[in-house]
Design a protein around this ligand. Structure first.
Ligand code: MD3
Ligand code: FE
Length: 221
């Protein structure tokens, strides 16, 4: 009758930093079109393990679609219009990814999110991404949208300095997270992916990171 709700849904849920919006299962209704589009992109621009500027091979395999692709090699981190592996432009941003990004942006309060870069990160069991900031983009006013597919993962969300102890945010297949405003430059990472078998993706996790990397468009140009 008068039970205290010690663990109501609201209080059991770790509160997210301002500017972080989690959209649970948001991508599920797009998943088949999304996976078909990814298969095509990866056929044209295969996943590869890039080198950090320090010469370490990244445990995450990557490729890109969209006008700009994020790359790293001995010369540094940057965006490039051409895939260095082929010398060709990255595959175009598939319509389903553009629509998903815009819908997720809208759901998080961003009226017109139009990404020009989609980084595709592929994690095998054990792969991880250490704490870092995303700061290779030209306009930090635009949000970042990330889409998690396949094996579950745990995002590590720190503060604006490396010092802050990161919060752990578990994510499942189909979850979308929008990072903007005061969270845009937060340190973040991905804990080592735990082995498992996803019904559609098998032993892997794929994350799409959608960003506005180039200058923001004015008046639709
Ligand atoms: C942005 N990738 O590629 S974004 C990356 O799961 C990257 O592969 C993540 O970080 C991944 O640079 C998905 C996760 C993320 C988490 C916290 C953030 C992005 C953030 C905080 C501020 C800005
Ligand atoms: Fe990042």
């Amino acid at each position: 009758m008068f039970e205290l709700e010690l663990f109501s849904n609201a209080s059991a849920r770790p509160s997210l930093p301002t500017g972080v919006t989690r959209l649970e299962g948001f991508a599920l209704e797009w998943q088949d079109a999304l996976l078909a589009a990814l298969t095509q992109v990866i056929a044209a621009a295969p996943l590869r393990h890039m080198l950090t500027p320090g010469g370490q091979r990244m445990s995450v395999a990557m490729t890109n679609c969209g006008a700009l692709g994020w790359i790293t090699d001995r010369r540094g981190y940057r965006y490039a219009a051409l895939d260095p592996r082929s010398g060709e432009p990255w595959p175009a941003l598939p319509e389903v990814i553009r629509k998903l990004a815009a819908a997720a942006g809208l759901a998080a309060g961003y009226a017109s999110f139009e990404p020009d870069a989609c980084l595709i990160n592929c994690y095998a069991p054990g792969a991880r991404m250490s704490l870092h900031q995303d700061r290779d983009e030209q306009d930090f006013g635009a949000p970042i949208v990330s889409v998690s597919l396949g094996l579950p993962a745990t995002f590590l969300i720190g503060g604006l300095t490396r010092r802050e102890r990161p919060l752990r945010l578990p994510l499942a297949h189909g979850d979308v997270v929008v990072w903007g405003g005061p969270a845009r430059l937060a340190y973040h990472g991905v804990a080592p992916v735990v082995d498992g078998l996803h019904p559609k993706l098998g032993r892997q996790r794929i994350n799409l990171t959608l960003r506005r990397a180039g200058a923001l468009k004015l008046n639709g140009n």
